[in-house]
Design a protein around this ligand. Structure first.
Ligand code: C2E
Ligand code: MG
Ligand code: MG
Ligand code: MG
Length: 286
């Protein structure tokens, strides 16, 4: 009896695995096609000054535009893209698009800092600083308005190789942010070894910051750490006005999260910035 149900169980798993393998193969083919056809676009999420709530920058976040017009988020495909060697072409295109948008905004009188997420593969081979310089030159973007975000996973790659390239990139005038800060294993040694301008407190510490004293303590600790190392601290995942007040009082310099705006197309960023500026002239904070 047990054996029988075990057999049925096995057949179920086998069928399930076969289905998954088929789905992965389909996704791989779609991804290769998407890279060739440039089906990726960027949405931008505002980052605001914690005191004035003025938009000081945006984070570029990749979206995959499907044939039916719907969007697929990075969680649904980036890991697979990485596995089949498409991360480098995808991220290079992202950097180019973000720089082109930054230059267009600046030319339209909207000098916004644009942050771009990097992935570990981009540091292999050591060509990233040159590539960044080339893209800045080709797009006419301002180095001082470009920010590159990397996580501790990226920094774990090859310490010396990554640190050297970060120094070269910063020498161009581009700033560096450490993303998802606090979720890795050796946050402190990275802060010591890697030249960075901003620490982004991971949203997992922000979510319950008003309810959980441990999260509040972590936020305060990261703010102190940032101050000691001359880094600006940014809180991610801010979803409510009360969180925003708390984080500003705790000393975070910038805030990012659904409360201030979801990731949105470039045109909507322009509208948002214009609307906020108008409200500010009218005297209100938000
Ligand atoms: P991330 O860089 O930490 O980006 C923040 C993520 O949190 C984004 O998800 C954003 O939509 C989401 N988020 C922002 N505010 C809130 C909030 O208030 N509440 C909640 N619950 N979520 C919020 P998204 O766009 O799905 O991106 C997920 C991750 O994918 C990013 O995390 C980043 O690691 C990666 N990613 C996105 N675009 C790119 C890219 O162009 N290149 C690379 N290498 N990675 C990317
Ligand atoms: Mg990021
Ligand atoms: Mg993050
Ligand atoms: Mg993340």
């Amino acid at each position: 009896r047990a054996k029988e149900s075990g057999g049925a169980q096995f057949r179920f798993y086998a069928a399930d695995m076969k289905l998954r393998a088929q789905q992965t193969a389909t996704l791989d083919a779609e991804l290769r096609h998407a890279v060739e056809n440039d089906e990726f676009e960027l949405h931008y999420q505002p980052q605001v000054d914690a005191e004035s709530h003025r938009v000081v920058g945006v984070e570029a976040l990749i979206r995959w535009r499907l044939a039916d017009g719907s969007l697929r988020g990075p969680g649904a495909f980036l890991q697979r893209a990485e596995a089949i060697g498409l991360m480098l072409p995808i991220n290079t295109a992202v950097l180019e698009k973000a720089c082109r948008q930054q230059a267009a905004w600046r030319d339209a009188g909207l000098p916004l800092r644009v942050s771009v997420n990097l992935s570990p593969v981009q540091f292999r081979g050591g060509a990233l600083p040159l590539q960044v310089a080339r893209i800045l030159a080709e797009t006419g973007a301002d180095a001082g308005l470009l920010d590159l975000e990397l996580t501790e996973t990226t920094m774990m790659e090859d310490l010396a190789v990554v640190a050297d390239q970060l120094a070269e990139i910063r020498a161009l005038g581009v700033s560096i942010s450490i993303d998802d800060f606090g979720t890795g294993f050796s946050s402190l040694s990275y802060v010591k070894r890697f030249p960075a301008d901003r620490l982004k407190i991971d949203q997992s510490f922000v979510r319950d910051v008003l309810k959980n004293p441990a999260d509040a303590a972590i936020v305060r600790t990261v703010v102190t750490l940032g101050a000691s190392f001359g880094m600006t601290v940014v809180a991610e995942g801010v979803e409510t006005a009360r969180q925003a007040v708390f984080l500003a009082e705790a000393g975070c310099a910038e805030l990012q999260g659904y409360h201030f705006g979801r990731p949105m197309p470039a045109d909507d960023i322009e509208r948002l910035v214009a609307a906020r500026a108008q409200r500010q002239r009218a005297g209100g904070k938000r």
